[in-house]
Design a binder for this molecule. Structure first.
Ligand code: NAD
Length: 248
């Protein structure tokens, strides 16, 4: 019960690592505000969490809309009285998510905007919305999801994704600097391929496989916990050795 009575906000909580993290947090005693653009999936997953005895509220949030993010942050404070943990999961490579195979130099501006807005601006907005509360409380943890693509560059369908995920590292360090005097920590987790979808098995790693979502979530939960109280401003690469280089 590492997170007993902690209050967490999770973006991108309807599926993948965001959902798994939210489930694990509630199993370990946290009260979680689940947010996602996909309200149907989110509501169904929240119901499952409650059936298992977890405490979860749902707020529909499109991370491109600051007022919706602010509403989620306000809901956490109104209903639970605090924001202890923020997890920014919402994101994805624009070419894949929007089914756009155009190379970068022919990519519609809407696809470029999606890549930057969802992967970077949404996380910036969420940090903006929670930092004041965390500073007032003199405690808090922010975990931002980067990617090895943010460190090694992206191919034609992930140029904006790569730029955004690089930006996530700067955002994390900035939050660490702003938060440190108030006991507010910020960390970035940069995974290589994760099997939240089967296609990720095609991305090579030195260990010859992609990560199980649980492997990444275990690291994230550790960073959120009090055991990680001296860790802030760091980017954790979890990529099966891919960033050692020489991989296609
Ligand atoms: N899966 C991987 O291999 C991998 C690797 C490196 C980094 N990541 C990063 O980890 C995070 C989670 O990845 P995943 O594979 O679990 O993702 P996923 O695709 O399973 O989940 C992403 C969630 O974000 C939500 N979302 C999309 N647009 C949104 C918007 N505008 N507002 C709010 N929510 C929105 C989706 O509805 C979805 O529930 C992402 O930021 C991703 O870039 C994933």
């Amino acid at each position: 019960m590492r997170f007993k009575n902690k209050v967490a906000i999770v973006s991108g909580a309807a599926s993948g690592m965001g959902l798994l993290t939210a489930q694990k947090l509630t199993e370990e005693g946290a009260k979680v505000i689940l947010t996602d653009i996909n309200i149907d999936m989110l509501s169904a997953e929240a119901e499952n969490i409650r059936k298992n005895g977890g405490e979860a509220l749902v707020v529909q949030v499109d991370v491109r809309k600051y007022e919706q993010i602010k509403h989620a942050a306000d809901t956490a404070v109104e209903k639970y009285g605090a924001i202890d943990i923020l997890l920014n999961f919402a994101g994805g490579a624009e070419g894949r998510v929007l089914n756009c195979s155009a190379p970068f130099h022919e990519m519609p501006v809407e696809v470029i905007d999606w890549g930057l807005d969802v992967n970077l601006k949404g996380a910036v907005y969420f940090c903006r919305a929670v930092l004041g509360t965390m500073i007032k409380q003199k405690r808090g943890v922010i975990i931002n999801l980067g990617s090895v693509t943010g460190m090694e560059g992206g191919g034609f369908g992930a140029v904006n994704y790569s730029a955004a995920k690089s930006g996530i590292i700067g955002l994390t360090k900035s939050m660490a600097l702003c938060g440190a005097p108030y006991n507010v920590r910020a960390c970035c987790v940069s995974p290589g391929p994760v099997l939240t979808r089967p296609g990720m098995a095609n991305m090579k790693t030195r260990l010859g496989r992609a990560a199980e979502p649980q492997e990444v979530v275990d690291l994230i939960l550790y960073l959120c916990s009090d055991k990680a109280a001296f860790i802030t401003g760091s980017n954790y690469v979890i990529d099966g050795g891919r960033s050692c280089g020489g991989m296609e």
